[in-house]
Design a protein around this ligand. Sequence first.
Ligand SMILES: CC(C)(COP(=O)(O)OP(=O)(O)OC[C@H]1O[C@@H](n2cnc3c(N)ncnc32)[C@H](O)[C@@H]1OP(=O)(O)O)[C@@H](O)C(=O)NCCC(=O)NCCS
Length: 213
Amino acid sequence: MDPTTRRRRDDPPAQRVRLRALAPDDVALRAALVQLEPAPHQLGASASARQTLPAADADPRRAPFAVLLDAEPIGFGVLDRGDLLAQVVDEPERAVLLRGFYLTASAQGRGHGRAAATQVPALAADLWGPVAAGGPALVVLTVGTSNAAAQRAYAAAGFRGTGVQQRVEGQEPQHVLVAAVPQPPRATTRLSASGRPCAASALRQGRESARST
Ligand SMILES: CC(C)(COP(=O)(O)OP(=O)(O)OC[C@H]1O[C@@H](n2cnc3c(N)ncnc32)[C@H](O)[C@@H]1OP(=O)(O)O)[C@@H](O)C(=O)NCCC(=O)NCCS
């Protein structure tokens, strides 16, 4: 199996869903992905690949990926180690941001989003390697406070709330969620003086304007 392709084997329905990091020469897959659209009312939660794939291709710190159901493309997302991370975490070099993640409208509501989100931390490990080699310790994302489907999918996939809410003018408040990136067996989590994992304690508590009230 391609090292950037991940599949869960413990849950029969989830076995059909996998993530595939996009290579420049994935011409047919790319053409299919830009046809995928969330429902029109969901475009505030995630833009479609028609916009986000070209933006990712233009930035070497972003890694676009496909969500496949068997061989069929049903969704898209981007892992981003760029400047936006600094608005979400205190140690951006130890994190990667999941953005632009969505399933095409007809594929939603069948457990595929949950299955795909579960595989994102492993994809990040495949793409950037362990923390010891400069890879990320955390996948971080923001999700709208009213986006119940996404919150439930991320929770089922192992993402946890940080207690931080981000407020950006013109958007609904966003919860900041994180999930640990799997590390090789011998790697250990460094603990801070408080005994909490450093990466978790590094999460920005929010600028005044970004705090939950
Ligand atoms: C978010 C998204 C990827 C989830 O994928 P999905 O395949 O629809 O979700 P799943 O079928 O895996 O369901 C996940 C959970 O959400 C629940 N759910 C699904 N649709 C829901 C809805 N409309 N309202 C409330 N809960 C819903 C499911 O019951 C399930 O909960 P459970 O795990 O407690 O049983 C998908 O809905 C999507 O692409 N949405 C539009 C874009 C978006 O919001 N992206 C995320 C931006 S942060």
